[in-house]
Design a protein around this ligand. Structure first.
Ligand code: KIV
Length: 281
């Protein structure tokens, strides 16, 4: 992609058979690294509540927290499409509020699009956001904001009825105007059926290789979130233990007086002999 990635580019990638890479990002420094590495979409996921802010779920995450991190991600990106994840409670209690919050991601944080969780029941929200000029990414399968209703963090669509509903949900969302749909924790074969039944891209997380793209939480990929690692995650690095070793080495050197060494210390540019004499007297 030559210029900045757009929603249209993402949709075109499916038609061109190009796989779409998506990672979460929560701050400017990481956004810049991921963007330079050629990631197509940076998702400011409400997963930040768990991997950064120490909440037990994504439910408590607020609009203000999301906007704060989305602004930072937008300062760090150059080419990638940035999608802001609408937090629980920001789009369920009325279309006007949903549209207002969706617009805030664009106006106040510089996002290109938003993501909402849910199937057919969310189509009126998708349509209202689209009418207001806010591109929307859908999210079906395991929807963490309402995981309690789904029986916990479990694979979805394992019986015929729920599999059929997932296909119907994806088709309804696509007809309502989403530009892509995240499929989370879905059997690979079902994800393939969903992918082939809609013209917009599917982005899988724990949904097998037949999706049009893949998303991971960046802290999981880097081995930086140690509370739990879902079985679908591939850790490409193990940074948490490396960070632990590095800071322990720093602590030891501070205690022993080995850090800072001469090369970490500034030279004085004047003769401080007189100051030394004054301070000694
Ligand atoms: O919040 C998030 O990070 C997400 C991805 C896991 C898709 O919704």
């Amino acid at each position: 992609m030559a210029g900045k990635c757009t929603v249209k580019d993402i949709v075109a990638m499916k038609a061109q058979g190009k796989k779409i890479s998506v990672l979460t990002a929560y701050d400017a420094a990481m956004a810049s690294i991921l963007d330079d590495a050629g990631i197509d979409i940076l998702l400011v996921g409400d997963s930040l509540g768990m991997v950064l802010l120490g909440y037990d779920s994504t439910v408590p995450v607020t609009m203000e927290e999301m906007l704060h991190h989305a602004r930072a991600v937008n300062r760090g990106r150059k080419k990638a499409l940035v999608v802001g994840d609408m937090p629980f409670g920001s789009y369920q209690s009325g279309l006007a509020e949903a549209v207002n919050n969706g617009m805030r991601f664009m106006k106040e944080a510089g996002c290109d699009a938003v993501k909402i969780e849910g199937g057919e029941e969310m189509c009126d929200v998708v349509r209202a956001l689209r009418r207001a000029g806010v591109p929307v990414m859908g999210h079906v399968g395991l929807t963490p904001q309402t995981a309690g209703q789904l029986g916990g963090f479990k694979v979805q669509g394992r019986d015929l009825e729920s599999a059929r509903k997932m296909v119907a949900d994806a088709k309804a969302l696509a007809a309502a105007g989403v530009f892509a749909i995240v499929l989370e924790c879905v059997p690979g074969e079902l994800a393939g059926i969903v992918t082939r039944s809609i013209s917009v891209p599917t982005i899988g997380i724990g949904a097998g290789a037949e999706c049009d793209g893949q998303v991971l939480v960046v802290n999981d990929l880097l081995g930086m979130f140690e509370k739990f690692t879902p079985s679908f995650v591939k850790q490409y690095a193990h940074l948490a233990p490396q960070i632990g070793q590095a800071v322990a080495a720093f602590r030891d050197e501070v205690q022993k007086g080995a850090f800072p060494a001469a090369e970490h210390t500034f030279d004085s540019r004047v003769d401080l002999g007189s100051l030394l004499a004054e301070s000694d007297s």
